[in-house]
Design a binder for this molecule. Sequence first.
Ligand code: 6A9
Length: 779
Amino acid sequence: YLINPAEEPVIPRVVTPFPAPKLMELSMFQGEHKESLYWGTYRPHVYFGVRARTPLSLLTGLMWLGVNDGRYSMRHVCQNSDELKTYGWTHHNGRDYGHQVLVDQEFTLTTSFLKYKEKDSGYGGDWAVRIEAQSDKHSEEMSELVHLFFYVADEGGAAIDLGGGVMNIRDDSILAFGSRDDVGNWQLHLGSKDDREIHYSGFKTLHIHNLSDLVIANLGTQARKFNRLQLSDTSDHSPNILVFQISARIPFRADVVFVSGSSGHNSRMEERFRSLTGNSLTSRLNEKKNQFDDKFARCFNISDELNPEAKVVSKAALGNLLGGIGYFYGQSKISPLPSSNVKLGDNFISYWPAELYTAVPSRPFFPRGFLWDEGFHQLLIWRWDVHISLDIIGHWLDLMNIEGWIPREQILGAEALSKVPAEFVLQYPSNANPPTLFLVLRDMMCSIKKNQFAATERNEISIFLDRAFIRLEAWFNWFNTTQSGKIASSYFWHGRDNTTIKELNPKTLSSGLDDYPRASHPSEDERHLDLRCWMQFAADCMHSISKFLEKENEIGKEYGLTAKQLSDFDHLNKMHFDFTHGAYFDYGNHTEQVHLSWRLIERAGEYPIRELVREVSEKPVLRLVPHVGYVSLFPFMGRLIPPDSWILEKQLDLISNGSTLWTNFGLRSLAKTSSLYMKRNTEHDPPYWRGPIWMNMNYLILSSLNHYSKVDGPYRETAKTVYTDLRDNLIRNVVRNYNQTGYLWEHYDQKKGKGKGARLFTGWTSLVLLIMAEAYNEC
Ligand code: 6A9
């Protein structure tokens, strides 16, 4: 912070919130809505965890002891190295019910979550989780005990009391209790008829993200001293974390119940606890499951022509996306602008402390918010529960600064930070990320036009948009000014490194398509086709929103005009169409004559090291950048090509041709004919958007194929055939991978269709559900 003459701290503009009423302060997000979403499985980075949507919450979570290579290992935070055969939510409604299956070697754990509000309940109601452990093995073989660890922690550091339940007295099932401002008195109960032994350990620390280590250390000490696998049954003074070890033989079932309310009538708590355990819980869970199935059938029209396996995947896609919704709180780290004269001891500025309610792309790998991923997530979620969607979008729009910028990746809080390598932490205020939230808003407006919303929902969406409008405008203007190119109606993604000699083609992280090849030499002369199309789309969406809000004034007309200019077919072709290739391209300072080669670097007094550097054997010139791939298809995705144009036929050729983009598993990101097809970017960067098949882009392309198969024109039939084949390929491949590996994947290999990258990637890969349901924008 600078000190101005008046000695008042000046807050740098980049971390100044956008000065308008927040979306989250709207009354539609208060009251019952807010309370109904208070508790939830909002800790997607752990195998199972419950917290409230409040900065310093009471948290609970589950760990268990697994074995890898004959050694014990604690399962807690989702990690690939745990080698679970599969895990994920087979059902989850985003609100008060979810069922998760986790397969660890030969035993299967299930966690079934249920919320229930009674009139005596404290704020947010009561909730229960049923934990079941089963095995395929015969019971004699299962001589080993299963050790589960269930913990409760107060993030604010308030002390938690130990209940009598740990003494193994059957009648007293209270494991822990305490009192909080938000929910009043609370109790955590354990209901289980099975034989079990309970031990505990209490810790006092605010470093809750290190909890696995604390538990392992405690167990280790006990094992060394007494040769037993038991927590110490001791505690730090006034612990804010209590961990309960429940040891039992398989098959085994335990119901952990949280009840709260300040009334002080313990008997009512006892009663409520009883009703959330045993048979009563069983029937409530069954009822919720049936409701989920019914609603699923109503929301997504999955035709019977799909096989039962595909239907299982379709539900898991939705369940995992909803079960992957998290709540985060903290401060992003922002890079000071290069031009900024703010001097700070450290090399970053903190954003204001903020909350984010968001669906995460991948629980084990990327358990945090990503701006452009979110738009894709919400394409699914709004169709299921529009209130959850508005709440999530509202949180994102509230993260906007006074410039109209929204940071791309949200690393909020110590837990989120602990998962991110240092080089990815800083957010750059000059950098964008595709404005996919407009995709969702357009879908919603389309449904309004078709009268598919109930009156109250329609009304809420309009209240939401009314308040959001000024932010959406600021967002649009931020793009339109900061990302504009040298000539009118041109744009380029800022933030490419034009000094590096280590990358084969400097990355464009802001576009979302990371290593997708662009002009070899980043410069201000660049015109990025995808960004131009995003801008056209955003302008068009702003135009419809203005119309819907009856803001048919100058502003509204202006957006209409911009959208029209950007969709001008002749202009688009002049700027981006290559008539010899018959394809759309970026434009920039480019040469195809680049490659990586090893170079020896001499070092005084040390061995030389080998380094991979880029060699350029031709002077780059301003030209179209001849890579056919997802970027080339943006005008097609944007439906900017007239249905009777020969260019449409060309586009359909590129799509359906096996030597360019077509594979039997979906469309690859970069054509086989591209000079950078499947090329590494650096020694350590394997090809990412240079060949593999990605579901988000395939969804948008499919959606346009569907569109062109429905409008009149000479290529209608071709579009229909390509649509049908592409859809079949995508579904078949994702389902096959799910059955073989137990997971949805980040992207799929273009040769054999194998799932690659992050596994358990249930962000945009879940769009396979909309593909199955043939749910596209058809306005
Ligand atoms: C790396 C490594 C444990 C890359 O899905 C999120 C994003 C997309 O927005 C983007 O389009 N993914 C895509 O190209 C993943 C980005 C992960 C960056 C941080 C941390 C941690 O490994």
